[in-house]
Write a new protein. Structure first.
Length: 536
């Protein structure tokens, strides 16, 4: 059968290397993967292996945002992991390369590779270049915020159309330190991707040589018999979390690293993110909380420079091994700073003294919730709840300018089970910011947020509403208090009143009774455990 598609006897006597591409024509994020896969395969052949390429799926968070299609996003992480695991077992590969791009392809592919535990590594397709709108660099973040400005009468139809057409100029994943770039950088600190390979933007000519090098490197792993279980440890997780905190990265990093830890049986708790973030300053001034894009970070010195700054501050485990064959400390020492760059600071003079991730607990989130404090967000808010049963209802209220200063927008039934799929809420959060309410309104949800979200937006509230978490007890007008300095998220109700309301609560009828969404809802765990699927 393999002779029938062109493989020779000599090909089949060499190690067989699966090349898992996430190429699709449904988004820019993974659009360049077909070409990258060819280049990776060239490197594999040069180094004495036989590559066999296959596709897995991808759902674009940016395209699906604000619609029911976003329910498929987090579910796709599990499908990607399962498909890579199945192909690895079913095709008897000797090694694997995962080419990743849009948000869920990175943790999904990593989960699949960790399950297989073959000589393997991840290769990030790279960031999109920023677009230009009125001579200013823009990303998808500015597009969603433009919707809010438009509804507030601060942007006309022509400008909204123009920014929509200009923000994404070609292939590559969303350009700020949103979820894709957060996870790509973190995977290099984690050790499953070679340091510096992901920083190179998607359309940069250097990417071709990087891709061939990835192919050659996987063959070195085969010869050395080096598998992820040989070098991924608890220290790897601490380093990855530090990189998320230090760059003002996405809250989705919490969800994904909890999931990865469970794949390996390594103890990791939601509170570990808070502990590491509190001691890790923000050293990179990246969107959405800062000024610069991932392309700017690459020009400044890339991931190696961030690692160098954290090493100088004693903030990483420098002896942790990585897939490159060098320790993280050795990779950090290879960092070279571009003269005059303003993107990366030092641990002694950071952009913010503590990292971007804060874990909240309290009467509204007994099992925890997550907020990103990467920019200049206020740490406290107290206000009346405006309760919505789904994202669409909340967006309609925001778009109709029915939200007032001081309100706490509450969106429930959007958790892993309740959604199902735990949708991101960038459409709502960006509209709030675009209308100028970013400093006056808070949002609380059992769903999650895009890495492009900014402002006092609290997600991953656990237990979720359908699990009879306290968020299910909220009513319009209940006073919600948020104190990020103290790590608290509370509602001003007595425990008895909360219990009384929960006893009378009836969850909505499931939207899906068959198919992948029904299976997912039946198997998915809490966000506080990474929203992984597992046998009951």
């Amino acid at each position: 059968m393999l002779h029938g598609i062109g493989f020779s006897d000599a090909d089949l006597q060499k190690p067989l290397v699966g090349v898992a591409s996430c190429w699709t024509e449904t988004m820019p994020c993974n659009y360049g993967h077909r070409r990258l896969a060819e280049l990776v395969k060239e490197g594999i052949r040069e180094a004495g292996g036989t590559p066999m390429e296959f596709n897995t799926i991808s759902v674009s968070d940016g395209v699906s945002m604000g619609t029911s299609a976003m329910k498929a996003s987090l579910v796709s992480r599990e499908v990607i992991a399962d498909s890579i695991e199945l192909m690895g077992h079913g095709c008897l590969f000797d090694a694997m390369v995962g080419i990743v791009g849009c948000d869920k392809t990175i943790p999904g592919s990593a989960m699949g590779l960790l399950r297989l535990d073959l000589p393997s590594l991840l290769f990030y397709g790279g960031s999109i270049a920023p677009g230009k709108f009125k001579d200013v660099d823009v990303t998808i973040q500015e597009v969603f915020e433009a919707v809010g400005k438009h509804s507030a009468g601060e942007m006309n139809d022509a400008d909204l159309s123009e920014i929509t057409h200009q923000a994404c100029p070609g292939a590559g994943a969303c350009g700020g330190q949103f979820t894709a770039n957060t996870m790509a950088l973190a995977m290099e600190f984690f050790g499953l991707a070679a340091m510096g390979t992901g920083s190179v933007p998607a359309t940069d000519p250097r990417k071709e040589d990087v891709a061939r090098g990835v192919g050659r490197r996987v063959m070195e792993l085969v010869r050395d018999g080096l598998r992820p279980s040989d070098f991924i440890t608890r220290f790897s997780f601490d380093n990855a979390i530090a990189s998320v905190a230090a760059t003002g990265g996405s809250t989705n990093g919490v969800l994904h690293f909890l999931a990865l830890a469970r794949e390996l049986g390594i103890e990791l708790d939601i509170d570990d993110f808070d502990r590491i973030s509190k001691k890790t300053p923000i050293v990179a001034d990246l969107k959405p909380g800062g000024q610069y894009t991932a392309v700017d970070l690459d020009a400044a010195g890339g991931a190696n420079l961030v690692a160098k700054r954290l090493l100088e501050g004693g903030l990483i485990h420098e002896n942790a091994a990585t897939v490159s064959g060098r320790t993280l400390g050795e990779e950090a020492k290879r960092g070279v700073e571009t003269s005059g760059q303003k993107v990366v600071s030092t641990a002694k003079e950071p952009f913010k003294k503590t990292g971007g991730l804060v874990i909240l607990r309290g009467s509204l989130a007994p099992d925890g919730a997550v907020v990103k404090m990467a920019g200049h967000e206020r740490a406290r808010h107290r206000g009346p709840a405006r309760v919505f049963e789904c994202e669409e209802d909340a967006f309609a209220a925001v778009d109709a300018r029915k939200i007032k200063k001081g309100d706490v927008i509450v969106i429930r039934h959007e958790g892993p089970r309740g959604g199902p799929g735990m949708r991101e809420m960038l459409g709502v959060t960006a509209a709030v910011v675009g209308q100028g309410f970013g400093e006056d309104v808070a949002l609380v949800t059992d769903g999650r947020f895009s890495g492009a979200t900014r402002g006092l937006m609290i997600g991953h509230v656990a237990p979720e509403a359908v699990a009879k978490g306290p968020i299910a007890a909220l009513r319009d007008g209940d006073v919600v208090t948020i104190d990020c300095d103290e790590g608290r998220l509370d509602v001003e109700l007595s425990p008895e009143e909360i219990e009384k309301r929960l006893a009378a609560y009836t969850p909505p009828k499931p939207q899906f009774e068959r198919g992948v969404f029904a299976k997912y809802a039946a198997l998915v765990s809490s966000a506080s455990e990474g929203a992984i699927t597992r046998p009951k």
